[in-house]
Design a binder for this molecule. Structure first.
Ligand code: ATP
Length: 270
């Protein structure tokens, strides 16, 4: 079977405005990826090298994938999404070939972004992988490093990698000239949570008593994904009450919030 089938080329449609809050991270991504693509001459003039890759790390559901997609959408880049564990486990023995294939495809589709989700599955520190010696893990990592160091240069191909476990990533991957920018994408702060609710509420008819500020305060510690789930739950509660429900009320939101156990635990936060 061909590993190619696992490599999805898509043109995502996620705009910066679809991502609530997280202003600082958006700004850093624009500076480090959009600017060099849009103003290459300025970078040349000032002697700065655009980053080849960037690592986004942080707890699940806090917009790492959305950020990567928005970068591609807003800068008009092709988007190649690869899930670390799929590439790794499905094609044992073929894993290095699959990595090569991803980069071949990325070059062919340039300007492009390769998004490696759960990259930790591909780049576990030597020794942690288990088998030791020349394990599959080591060979995949070597192949990845070869591609980044580029006998064939990576022109207009930017790597965005994501992980919840930056601590287990082999440091060789993070050396200068490789994935040398590392950004923490944390849980949304109060302002960001307000923005996420605002984006969601735009799509839901809701009662006048729904108060963004209060919702944001009550969801301290929730991820963006959890806030989206709370909104869905609130709408379902409204429907439960009355199938003909015209709007979602604040009490539905409150109820939805209380049935939500937080999945982000303190040790996931920096
Ligand atoms: P994982 O580590 O689990 O892959 P992630 O950090 O990549 O998580 P995303 O896939 O980007 O998280 O987010 C999951 C979903 O949560 C999104 O599809 C979106 O619905 C919602 N979401 C998360 N953060 C935000 C945000 N800041 N604004 C709007 N929606 C958000």
């Amino acid at each position: 079977p061909s590993a190619m089938r696992e490599i999805l080329l898509e043109v995502p449609k996620v705009y910066w405005s679809d991502i609530g809050g997280q202003q600082e991270i958006k700004q850093k991504l624009k500076e480090s990826i959009e600017w060099p693509l849009q103003h290459p001459e300025a970078f040349l003039r000032l002697g700065i090298r655009p980053p080849k890759g960037i690592l986004l790390y942080g707890p699940p559901g806090c917009s790492k994938t959305l950020m990567a997609k928005a970068l591609a959408t807003e800068a008009g880049l092709n988007f190649i999404a690869v899930k670390g564990p799929e590439l790794f486990s499905k094609w044992v023995g073929e894993s290095e070939k699959a990595v090569r294939e991803v980069f071949r495809k990325a070059r062919a589709a340039s300007p492009s972004i390769v998004f490696f989700d759960e990259i930790d599955a591909l780049t576990v520190k030597r020794g942690i992988g288990g088998e030791g010696g020349t394990s599959v893990a080591d060979r995949v990592l070597s192949q990845l490093l070869n591609e980044l160091d580029g006998i064939e240069p990576l022109v207009n191909v930017t790597i965005v990698a994501a992980t919840n476990r930056p601590d287990i990533i082999d440091s060789a991957l993070l050396r200068p000239g490789r994935i040398d920018r590392v950004l923490y994408v944390g849980p949304p702060d109060l302002q960001s949570r307000r923005e996420i609710f605002k984006i969601q509420l735009k799509k839901m008819s809701h009662a006048k008593d729904v108060n963004l500020e209060e919702l944001a305060i009550k969801t301290d510690g929730c991820s963006g994904a959890e806030i989206v789930a709370i909104c869905q739950e609130a709408a379902l509660l409204a429907m439960d009450e009355d199938l003909e429900a015209q709007e979602v009320r604040m009490d539905h939101f409150f109820k939805a919030i209380t049935c939500f156990a937080h999945r982000i635990t303190p040790e996931m936060i920096e």
